[in-house]
Design a protein around this ligand. Structure first.
Ligand SMILES: [Zn+2]
Length: 264
């Protein structure tokens, strides 16, 4: 079969595919290449080599920087794909250039990287990440709220929406005041359960009524909607609880959470 004949074209068709992809992270490979971790919309999380990308003359230019959403042409390899073409859809340059926005975006990417299965399509997760990055770009002053909200929606998309409206242990209605979140049960628990069977509800995190209300609002709305009242002091507590829930859920510590704690 001659190169470029119908057989070769069919073979290429099997090995190559086009998809939208967001670069979650990159690391250097050799002198001039990079390995990219990409979340694609239809083909799941992939690892791909971008050859020559670190040369100043690279035809990829800035198209494969972290956070960039590009239309990609990928060639399937045995262990890893190879990037054949990349065309920027949204660069998120503004997000990369602002340290505060970038750490929030990095936290979103780190979470997605931790939970997305290799090569397992999860378009809902892709759409959430793209929306989250777009919100960081369009509403930079709401970055922290966006990240916490994103995390809540990711939990729900993963089938782990926290139980916030009734006791996660016995189903009883909850009072209006401050609440106790059971990491073990994945939701708020009532006073009764706390008194009777403390061992079963496991480790507890106490949050104010305001924080409980904000989390409840997030669990009932879509990313991109905004509460009538701008979030105030309860945001810090909500972020802290979301970090604890995610670390419990994924059984890992997130580098980005640590970075954020150390930021002024
Ligand atoms: Zn209960």
């Amino acid at each position: 079969m001659q190169d470029g004949g119908p057989g070769a074209a069919r073979e290429r068709g099997r090995r190559e595919f086009a998809d939208l992809g967001i670069v979650l992270r990159t690391h250097k490979l050799g002198e001039s290449d990079k390995i990219l971790r990409i979340l694609t919309r239809e083909h799941g999380k992939r690892s791909a080599v971008a050859k020559g990308v670190r040369k100043t003359s690279s035809r990829f230019g800035a198209r494969l920087e972290p956070l960039t959403c590009s239309r990609l042409l990928l060639h399937r390899g045995r262990g890893m794909d190879t990037v054949k073409q990349a065309e920027i859809q949204t660069s998120f340059q503004e997000v990369r250039a602002d340290l505060d926005l970038f750490v929030n975006a990095a936290a979103m990417c780190e979470l997605v990287d931790a939970i997305a299965e290799e090569h397992e399509p999860h378009s809902e997760l892709f759409d959430l990440l793209l929306k989250g990055l777009e919100l960081l770009k369009s509403h930079p002053q709401r970055a922290r709220f966006t990240r916490a909200f994103f995390e809540m929606r990711v939990l729900a998309a993963g089938g782990f929406a926290p139980m916030l409206d009734s006791c996660a242990n016995c189903g009883a209605p909850l009072g209006d005041g401050e609440q106790l979140f059971s990491l073990h049960r994945g939701g708020f628990v009532c006073e009764g359960c706390l008194v009777k069977r403390q061992a079963e509800v496991g480790k507890l995190v106490r949050v104010s009524a305001g924080t409980a209300g904000m989390l409840s609002w997030m669990s009932g709305h879509q990313l991109g909607e905004w509460p009538d009242e701008p979030p105030g002091a309860e945001l810090g507590e909500a972020e802290m609880l979301m970090d604890r829930i995610l670390e419990h859920w994924t059984e890992r510590r997130f580098r980005s959470h640590q970075v954020m704690k150390e930021m002024p």
